[in-house]
Design a protein. Sequence first.
Length: 81
Amino acid sequence: VMVLTKVKSIAKEKGLAVLMTLHDPNLALLFSDQVLLLNGGKVVAKGGPEEVITEENIRRVYGLDVAFISQDGMEMICPKV
C-alpha cells in the first residue's frame, strides 16, 4: 500500500498516467481513477472504480458474494460468509 500511495502521489504531482494490474478490488477502489475489469481476457466493465467494482461484477469475475463495508470513510469489500 505504501508503494501504491507513493506512485499515485508522484503521478498526480507530475501529471503522469500509470497503468497497473491489480487483482485485489480493494486496492483498485483505493488507487484507481479508471478501471478495466477483465474475466478470461474479455472486458466485463470499464469506467470509474465505483461504477465497475460492484457486488454483481465481483460475483461474475471472482464467483464470490461480497459485502461493501464502510470504515473510517473508506469502502472495503469483504466476502460474505
